[in-house]
Design a binder for this molecule. Sequence first.
Ligand code: AMP
Length: 173
Amino acid sequence: MDKNDLKKIIRDIPDFPKKGIIFKDITTLLKDKDALRVAIDALAEKYKGQEIDAVIGIEARGFIFGTALAYKLGTGFIPVRKKGKLPYKTKKVTYDLEYGTDTLEIHEDALSKDSKVLIVDDLLATGGTVSAVAKLVKGQGASIVGVAFLVELGFLNGREKLGKLPVHSIITY
Ligand code: AMP
């Protein structure tokens, strides 16, 4: 198996969580031992040898790929979580969703000015989530080495929203 085979292992769920959305279900990839290894190895390949202190994973599916990637790259792992979940003092960012807003948090001492980080999530759609996380990271003075996704929904032009951030994805639809 190679990374070109991953596309057919991800399952499409039409009209989830609401009508008109085709949800990319990665659980079919996660349960397949070869697909999981190929996916993590493909992500790691891009960043190996680069100077990275920590991988930042976005709750919840970003934790799955982010932690495996951190292990593989020999870096630390930092969680960005939904509001109210982190136990220590946090920095927050609120961003717009289609209807309403959402808030993400990071521990206020998770990063320092000389931290170099890689931000990871399972999927890039409109780019709203990751640009909010990038704001949180830059707000603490840290630098972003890259933004990595397993899946990119290219037709939603999320990359444009991310401006100059170096975006990398393994599979594009
Ligand atoms: P966005 O902020 O629009 O880039 O959305 C990204 C977040 O929403 C990621 O954490 C994804 O896991 C999730 N997401 C958005 N659209 C989909 C989709 N079609 N299938 C699966 N997850 C999605």
